[in-house]
Design a protein around this ligand. Sequence first.
Ligand code: PHE
Length: 357
Amino acid sequence: MIKITENYQIGILEMDYVSKIQELEQGFGLAMAQASDLNKLEQVRQQYLGRSGLITEFVKIIKELSSEDKKSWGGEFNRLKIASEQSYQLRLQELQIAQKRQVELERASFDVTAYQVGRQFGSLHPCSLISAKIEDVFISMGYQIADGPEIETEFYNFEALNVAKDHPARDMQDTFWLNLPGYLLRTQTSNVQIHTMQNQQPPIAILAPGRVYRSESTDASHDFAFMQVEGLLVGRDISMANLLATMQVCLQAIFGQQRLEIRVRPGFFPFVEPGVEIDMECPFCKQGCSVCKRTRWIEICGAGLVHPNVLRAVGADPDEFSGFAFGLGLTRVVMLNYGINDIRLLHTNRVAFLQQF
Ligand code: PHE
């Protein structure tokens, strides 16, 4: 007979130890198997192996046993202790691995694009939209898109374009001069003609949309900065007919019309000869409206055949090559296209205005 202990107050027969050990092992094994994550397993560990856990308490009985019983039972108690500790470690590793796999799985299927902070979409500026539309038309005809500096020298903005120092044409375009002598904000995208022809031999076919600057007082239809699209085609036998056909195709595409008549008037620009101003048929009316000021025509573009002096200035032989150039008022087209009646809206960055496009 063994001594009565606190936990096992009723005298426990030797056989009872065996069944108690079995019961504890089975209970512990089952509880661990059912613990589906590390937190639950920790609870089970405390319940059985913690300071006053079921197994811990049970094993303490050994101290109370007679030395004879200690001898015969010590091994069994010890086995229980070690075995439960080992099976706990195994289950712990199993769950740790499972948890790691779960995390990896979650990370692998984590879609960063699924996260959305509110829904606020920007939109393209109307000038960008129309510019892209025009670019598409010209790219489809084999043109390349070119770019040039907005801070420019007198040479590229005037001299190489056949506008001599004291030429009255310089007054046509009120220039913003920079403090840096000889530098200005380009008054026209025609500077890109020169940059391109200096770097490239004919045939040349480029389109250069961009911002230009003029020192003007502003009102609803004038601004100190606006956009132009420069076009330049240089090759052999390029004529006025090519220019007019190209402009017609371009304007029809912008305004989505099957056929849009254009009208050509003589115009003076020192870098073209002959020089013309191109008007387009009002795309909005048949008998005169406020947009065309009841004239049925809208002035849209300066153009002409590239002046021999310009070709010479960039080292091309005017007897061999000819070309046309045009400067389309992009801002003008944007305003016409969207019915915008104040040019200044285009760069005030008012969200309410910009959201409409
Ligand atoms: N650069 C001219 C302007 O700004 C337009 C133009 C371009 C005219 C090309 C002829 C040829 O007024």
